[in-house]
Design a protein around this ligand. Structure first.
Ligand code: GLN
Length: 540
């Protein structure tokens, strides 16, 4: 019998429900339970694939090719277990299914309504992963804030499920804010009381309160929260601001969140969580022996959430090298031939980010030319790889006007062009090349040495690809295709033979980096940056 934990949010958004959910899951997993986390988002988009990164940050891609909320990235990074299409559901997807059924005549002449038809479909999806038999505990995070109009059907579905599942097989954790009023010098419980009241109006009594706060909750405050929100005092959990998201599982353990959850669900808590590896990682993260400066050239640099997985992959890759990675965000549009040297010369590595559309293209090409000519480690991801191809085509092979047809349809040299299977596709949602694909690494290449194996699987999200018509020319000039898709011959990795570290991949390695398994490309890129830092130090 699967146990269900629902996580709701109150008072404001951005309290970190994803991190709390992932931290609790980590603690339960570390006690030996099989846990998964799913996210239900109240917006009407079918998935976040069509959203601009400025809206909700990066779009995370799962092994099975779902375009999902970035919280799924946290789940994978914390648990080291892949998520799937079923782990992220939106209002849009729920309605799409109900409307499809209605057109198919499945409702037998009935009026189709939010209650029970939409709520039934929500409940069905909430139980899908539990019904698979693979998990003992399913944590469901509800996006949005309690009280929002659009969250209502989800809250109602949780109310019904709690009733159906019973008190020992489900529980509700409410994440809330306990603000500190500097003028009064006090923490305030009223917003929490109100948001719990709102939940109560919908028929849900939270079992546990997790309180985000900038100051420790004293006994008085805990007592007050317990009394006014009908929870046990030991179920008032403090979630104090942490220096790193990776501290949160340990903070939650200190507050005994996992123990309370287990006792409420009548699950045994005899094994203490085994967090030995997690603590080794944290120790390396907090006590680095080295430091490097790495530039991230992209077009959404004002909003770091747009590059969430890349930032986290650098944290994993840095910790594994006992190295602090200082990421410098560089807007691609700000780079031009006259300032590129001054902006990049002090860096020990440059990453050119994924992206869509022509904005900032020329700046990215300048950055790549500079690091290629100056032996600065370079890492290109997806669009970053395509830019490396265009730059090499133009500046080394002399292919004047070489470009990607995404940026310039009539380019005389379409070194990057639309993939065959993308031609004729009109819908933008869910139609890219998505999810994990095989890639064979050529023996003797840097890529093969870094991965230490000959076949890898990496996740994709793009429409364009390298134009194999130009492959011979590239290889002859030293740009080697070191990773090839065995099924369709697409080039997945390029590397420069005569450069200390110049590697570019058509896929997104950042999506597979976890605390337990830092991604080898990030680990080796940071190591290359450390070498560069030594060279720079010796020269000065
Ligand atoms: N815009 C490029 C493409 O669609 C690259 C996509 C990406 O960087 N994820 O192929």
């Amino acid at each position: 019998m699967t146990k269900y934990i629902f996580v709701t949010g109150g008072v404001t958004s951005s309290l970190g429900k994803g991190i709390i959910s992932a931290s609790l899951a980590k603690l339960l997993q570390a006690r030996g339970y099989k846990v998964t986390i799913q996210k239900f988002d109240p917006y009407i988009n079918i998935d976040p694939g069509t959203l601009n990164p400025y809206e909700h940050g990066e779009c995370y891609v799962t092994e099975d090719g779902a375009e999902t909320d970035l919280d799924l990235g946290h789940y994978e990074r914390f648990l080291n277990v892949p998520t799937s299409q079923a782990n992220n559901v939106t209002t849009g997807r729920i309605y799409q299914e109900v409307i499809r059924q209605e057109r198919a005549g499945a409702y037998l002449g009935k009026t189709v309504q939010v209650v029970p038809h939409i709520t039934d479909e929500i409940k069905r999806r909430m139980k899908l992963l539990g019904d698979s038999g693979k998990y003992e505990i399913v944590i469901t995070e509800l996006g949005g804030t309690v009280g929002d109009i659009e969250s209502l059907p989800f809250i109602e579905a949780v109310r019904q499920l709690r009733w159906e599942l019973g008190t020992h097989d489900s529980l509700v954790i409410h994440l809330t804010l306990v603000p500190f009023l500097a003028a009064a010098g006090e923490l305030k419980t009223k917003p929490t009381q109100h948001s719990v009241k709102t939940l109560l109006e919908y028929g849900i009594q939270p079992d546990i309160l997790v309180c985000r706060t900038e100051h420790h909750l004293n006994g008085e405050i805990r007592k007050k929260l317990a009394l006014f929100c009908n929870v046990n005092i030991n179920a008032v959990i403090e979630s104090i601001d942490a220096p790193s998201i990776y501290d949160v599982p340990l903070l939650m353990q200190k507050e005994q969140l996992d123990k309370i959850v287990l006792s409420k669900l009548k699950l045994s808590s005899k094994n203490e969580p085994d967090l030995a590896d997690w603590k080794v990682f944290l120790d390396k993260l907090k006590h680095p022996l080295h430091e490097v400066e790495i530039g991230l050239v992209g077009k959404y640099v004002e909003l770091p959430d747009a590059y969430k997985s890349i930032i986290e992959a650098f944290i994993h890759g840095g910790a594994s090298n006992e190295c602090k990675v200082n990421l410098r965000f560089i807007p691609a549009e700000a780079l031009n031939p006259s300032n590129v040297a001054s902006k990049l010369k002090k860096l020990h590595g440059v990453l050119v980010a994924p992206g869509f559309g022509p904005r900032g293209l020329e700046g990215k090409l300048e950055a790549i030319r500079y690091v290629r000519e100056n032996n600065i480690p370079f890492f290109g991801i997806c669009l970053g790889m395509q830019c490396a191809v265009v730059e090499f085509g133009r500046n080394v092979l002399g292919l004047e006007g070489a470009s990607s047809t995404e940026m310039e349809e009539d380019t005389p040299h379409p070194v990057i062009h639309l993939m065959e299977e993308q031609k004729g596709i009109e819908n933008t949602g869910g139609t890219m090349r998505l999810g994990a694909y095989d890639c064979d690494l050529l023996p003797g290449t840097k890529a093969a040495a870094i991965y230490g194996k000959s076949r890898i699987q990496e996740r994709h999200r793009h429409r364009y690809e390298f134009n194999n018509k130009y492959l011979k020319k590239f290889e002859k000039a030293g740009m080697r295709a070191s990773g090839i898709n065995p099924d369709n011959n697409l080039v997945e990795i390029f590397e420069l033979t005569s450069h200390p570290f110049f590697i570019a991949g058509q896929f997104h390695p950042e999506l597979k980096s976890t605390v337990a398994n830092p991604h080898p490309l990030f680990v080796s890129f940071v190591a290359a940056a450390m070498k560069r830092a030594d060279v720079v130090k010796k020269a000065s």
